[in-house]
Write a protein that binds this ligand. Structure first.
Ligand SMILES: Cc1ncc(COP(=O)(O)O)c(C=O)c1O
Length: 377
């Protein structure tokens, strides 16, 4: 196996980021200090919500939101199967029931009419995921939620900076969650952020991330059992420094997407994602192409393998959640024809801020050659 020459993702950490983290290390406050407070208020200002609460991952943020909106054991929560598994796992970890809803073939986000059809008397909430940084159909999904009295959590872990009709995603539901793993648009190493306009939710998640402590300020006053989901001062300093560059980062990523589009849009076996979307602005998390209907899942897997053999890392984003061993026998779902078809034909190409045009050209040309080889085998 050849060494990876072009990785799938790469964090973009500059000298200012390093200086910001180092400066924290020279202080005596490494947790629950000024960096946390500043990161939260700067993040809330960027998204346009009243509150932001930092946590140690996107997954823990989603879990705390489910608690805070009052999801109980046995409650049903609508979620796409065509997404990252954490979105469904947190529902099960709260002893509630993920109900898988199919996605729209164009946007790859939860289909509003399919969501409506999946509602039962036990449905309490909807987890709206903005997959790959493209805003979901928030107007229609929020209308369904309102009509049927459902709470809404937006999983915006892949979508920092995406807009829907002029408003940031993450600010529409009862709460929204962002994530900062190193493959994300901005990183804190590990980390996440909950945003909300609901003071009761903000207070509850702030307490739950910190062992259920009361806000009395006494370290040994606990109102309820909670977690240690805190984000350290070093992580927060890195997040602040990265957030300063968010617009530049989003532009760089949009440029990389435009280069891929230039090389791949006219290829009959490759379906490229839309560059411009009518409902607002996408925040490019990954660049995922779909192979044409002529390709079976095994052939897609061979394409990914052959790319790897040529030193180019690609991903199978996303294998549907309901087809994972962790969900074998899970019957709470609709028919998922779009999810199953798309899930077997997608290839995520290398995608990160500093990818150059010549690397994009090399990846694209290699992909086309590999596709031809796999079809000829
Ligand atoms: C849609 C979605 N939800 C949740 C998560 C979980 O975030 P984390 O890895 O920070 O726990 C991710 C991370 O990739 C994600 O893509």
């Amino acid at each position: 196996m050849q060494k990876v020459r072009i990785p799938l993702s790469a964090p973009d950490v500059d000298e200012n980021d390093i200086a910001a983290v180092t400066a924290v290390l020279r202080t005596s406050q490494l947790s629950l200090g000024p960096q946390l407070a500043a990161f939260e208020s700067e993040f809330a200002a960027n998204i346009g919500t009243q509150h932001a609460v930092a946590v140690n991952s996107g997954t823990s943020g989603l879990q705390l939101c489910l608690r805070a909106i009052g999801i109980q054991p046995g409650d049903e929560v609508l979620v796409p199967s065509y997404t990252f598994i954490a979105a469904a796992n947190v529902i099960r970890l709260e002893h509630a029931l993920p109900v898988f809803v199919d996605v729209d073939a164009g946007s790859l986000n939860m289909d509003p009419e399919r969501a409506r059809a999946a509602i039962t008397p036990k449905t309490r909430a909807m987890m709206i995921v903005h997959t790959f940084g493209r805003p979901a159909a928030l107007d229609q999904l929020m209308a369904v939620a309102e009509e049927r009295g459902l709470r809404v959590i937006e999983d915006a872990c892949e979508a920092i900076g995406a807009d829907f009709r002029g408003r940031r995603v993450g600010s529409f539901g009862d709460a929204g969650v962002f994530a900062f793993y190193p493959n994300k648009q901005i990183t804190t190493g590990e980390g996440g952020m909950i945003v909300t306009n609901d003071l009761a939710i903000a207070r509850r998640v702030r307490s739950l991330r910190n062992q259920g402590r009361t806000d009395s300020g006494d370290w040994l006053d606990h109102a309820e059992p909670g977690f240690n989901y805190r984000l350290s001062e070093m992580n927060c300093a890195l997040g602040r420094s990265q957030l300063c560059r968010i617009e530049e980062i989003l532009e760089q990523r949009a440029q990389v997407a435009a280069w891929y589009d230039e090389y791949l849009r006219d290829e009959p076996h490759v379906i490229v994602p839309e560059l411009r979307i009518p409902e607002g602005r996408a925040s490019w998390f990954v660049y995922v192409v779909r192979l044409s209907d002529a390709f079976r899942r095994e052939e897609r897997d061979r394409v990914v393998e052959r790319m790897m053999e040529r030193g180019i890392a690609c991903g199978r984003y996303f294998p549907p959640i309901h087809q994972q061993p962790a969900y074998s026998g899970w019957t709470l779902r609709q028919a998922l024809p779009v999810t199953e078809s798309v899930g077997g034909r997608c290839v995520a190409l290398p995608f990160f801020n500093r990818l150059t045009k010549s690397q994009v050209q090399e990846v694209s040309e290699t992909l086309l050659a590999v596709i031809r080889d796999v079809k000829d085998e």
